[in-house]
Ligand binder design. Structure first.
Ligand code: PRX
Length: 630
């Protein structure tokens, strides 16, 4: 693969990728192990919508992530695992060991009757076994659906049932700082309502006492003893499903984004190597959880397909103290460090001594993802973690895009704090105005769309292609709509300004306001609710809920606590409202639509100019809401 060594070269590659995308991507795809080459690079139609890449190509992504590295890298560390507790030994897993571990899990799945096309749910903490589990599914052509282990039983039920998973790979529990999370009992609760699940394989992590349901639950450690450590890889079509990963939608129901084998492999590998300028032998650390797309693409598939050493961290940045990230970076001599703005903002609040006590000279490149990074956090990160020398690679992308879209190339693209800068080769952004016209000039602001397919784009929403079309391809017909607002400055650099739909991003996690509202509405005292975001110092956005009760609550604090706990139980602790304001009505138009603009303004603490409220059914509710703002 041609490496980009200068900005002029970036421009040359970029121009070529636009003029001749098929030749560009065919050239990149030559660098992989294909059982059979593709017949055609691309077929697409964004009106249907449809995109297929490397048509007729046959491959297995695990042969590209593992087998092909063995001649040269058998003894190189593939995964460094740093446990939650710093006094527990880290583990180094070589590519040779990874091969055998993945094969064993693959054979264990086969022994349970899992075959190509079956869906397998993975609900596990950040231990090496979770990577083995994903790769084992891919090895035998099963489709994994990883569910973030911070989600509750309710979220698990929706995701398992939507995908029709046959088997769950799980652990007894999870460590999170000084807490133990009882994962198995969450699974037990969920599976009461998941008729498709026949088996649960439970790995021991916390050694907590758990219930094992006879005929359904098996211990991982016992089953794996009986199988071989070699497993032939299933031949997959480039367009066969690799995984489903759920992301929040504007309506309550999460969307199962479908990613396929060939294009996803080519793109995550290419973008990983290009944006970070990954050099052979470097240690790379992405702090995300594998429950999110960042973990899929840039802890597991991208780095491993590039033969990199990828660090997996089980713990949290604040335990045992606020220096943990920097301790881990020093301990494992991390060269590329990739995290989220919310983590940077919380660590920025701690005394600098937590940073300064560690030697961070090994770090050469910094990355950020998940939400817009504010300038202050950018500078703190650049100056204190990057010693003023390391580029901050601000990668804009989405679960739907599979890989980086707009991002600097480390040490090549000029940096601008808070800007994701320029599109990577192959990516054709378009900024659209409210009327659906493309704004072609520089110095404009509007909504971000993408004009042309890229190999890792999601192909559909699992089981609901119409929703895929409605959500992403109807706002601007013929273009993919990202849901994000965006500026392009005079120089052509892009800055993502945030969501323009009903998705909010709390601590880097996407959540649909409708999803939170329906959880709040489950409380027997609640008649109706409306959720909006407000700016939050650390989380980026906080959850502000306006709640109407059937009867005026007597004990507001008690009810707030109950509502928070209920949301945590139904969705997960990350969705808990930060602020709950009890109101007697919501600002609705005569047609019954909630005017969220007003609710957002009040939540932001800006009540001076609420705009035109005359179209409201009952304008007096606005005064009440303003008066009771938290
Ligand atoms: O709003 C954008 C924001 O996160 C959304 C995608 O969220 P998710 O699918 O959970 O994927 C997160 C990890 C890729 C986007 O629509 N976002 C992501 N990265 C950035 C960002 N906003 C600004 N700058 C970024 N670098």
């Amino acid at each position: 693969m041609k490496l980009i060594n200068s900005f002029a070269e970036y421009q040359k590659h970029y121009d070529f990728s636009i003029e001749n995308p098929e030749a560009f991507w065919a050239d990149v795809a030559e660098n992989f192990l294909w059982r059979k080459k593709w017949n055609r690079v691309l077929e697409w139609d964004f009106h249907k919508p449809e995109a297929q890449w490397f048509i007729g190509g046959k491959l297995n992504i695990t042969e590209n992530c593992i087998d092909r590295h063995l001649p040269e890298r058998a003894n190189q560390t593939a995964i460094i695992w740093e446990p939650n507790d710093p006094s527990e030994e880290p583990r180094n897993i070589t590519y040779q060991e990874l091969f055998h571990e993945v094969c064993r899990v693959a054979n264990m799945l086969k022994a349970q009757g899992i075959t190509k096309g079956d869906r397998v749910c993975i609900y596990m903490p950040m231990i090496p076994e979770v990577a083995y589990a994903m790769l084992a599914c891919a090895r035998i052509g099963a489709i994994h659906s990883v569910v973030f282990a911070g989600f509750s039983a309710g979220s698990l039920i929706d995701r398992i049932n939507d995908a029709g998973c046959k088997l769950v790979l799980a652990t007894d529990g999870a460590y999170r700082g000084d807490k133990i999370i009882d994962l198995k009992s969450i699974i037990d609760e969920a599976l009461e309502k998941c008729p498709t699940v026949e088996r649960v394989l439970v790995a021991k992590r916390t050694k907590s006492k758990v219930n094992m349901k006879p005929g359904r639950d098996l211990w991982w450690e016992e089953e794996i003893r009986n199988v071989s450590d070699v497993c032939a890889a299933e031949e997959m079509d480039a367009e066969d499903l690799l995984f489903i990963l759920y992301t929040s939608g504007s309506t309550g129901k999460p969307k199962g984004m479908v990613h396929t084998c060939g294009g996803y492999m080519v793109y995550t590998n290419y973008t990983f190597k290009t944006a970070f300028q990954y050099q052979d032998g470097q240690v790379y650390w992405c702090t995300a959880d594998v429950g999110w797309i960042t973990g899929h693409s840039y802890i597991v598939y991208g780095p491993l397909s590039a033969g990199a050493t990828t660090l997996m961290f089980e713990g949290i940045p604040s335990w045992p103290d606020m220096g943990r990230f920097w301790h881990v970076a020093e301990k494992h001599r991390v060269n590329i460090f990739y995290t989220a703005p919310t983590a940077i903002r919380s660590l920025e609040k701690a005394p600098l001594s937590f940073v300064r006590q560690y030697d961070l000279h090994s770090i050469k490149v910094l990355g950020t993802v998940g939400e817009p990074i504010n300038e202050e956090a950018w500078h703190w990160y650049h100056d204190n973690i990057g010693r003023g020398k390391c580029p901050v690679v601000d990668t804009w992308w989405q679960t739907e895009t599979g890989g980086f879209m707009i991002s600097p190339i480390a040490n090549i693209t000029k940096l601008k704090p808070a800007y994701a800068t320029l599109p990577l080769p192959g990516v054709q952004p378009a900024i659209m105005d409210e009327n659906g016209n493309e704004l072609l000039a520089n110095g404009v602001e509007g909504r971000l769309a993408i004009r042309f397919p890229w190999p890792a784009m999601a192909r559909t929403i699992y089981g609901d292609h119409q929703r895929f079309k409605d959500t992403y391809f109807s706002t601007f017909p013929g273009k993919y709509f990202t849901g994000d607002g965006c500026k392009r400055d005079e120089e052509g650099f892009y800055r993502i300004t945030g969501r323009v739909d009903d998705i909010i991003i709390v601590s880097g996690h996407n959540m649909g306001t409708a999803e939170i509202e329906s959880a709040i509405d489950e409380h027997s005292a609640v008649c109706e609710s409306a959720v909006v975001a407000y700016p939050h110092d650390i989380k980026g956005q906080g959850v502000y809920a306006y709640v109407i009760c059937y009867d005026k609550p007597h004990e507001e604090e008690k009810l707030r606590k109950e509502i928070r706990e209920l949301v945590a139980k139904i969705i997960g602790p990350i969705a808990k409202p930060d602020k709950i304001q009890f109101v007697s009505g919501l600002p609705k138009t005569r047609s019954g639509k909630i005017m969220r603009r007003i609710l957002r303004k009040v939540a932001e603490g800006d009540t001076s100019n609420l705009g035109d409220v005359t179209t409201l059914l009952d304008p007096s509710v606005v005064d009440e809401i303003k008066g009771g703002a938290l």
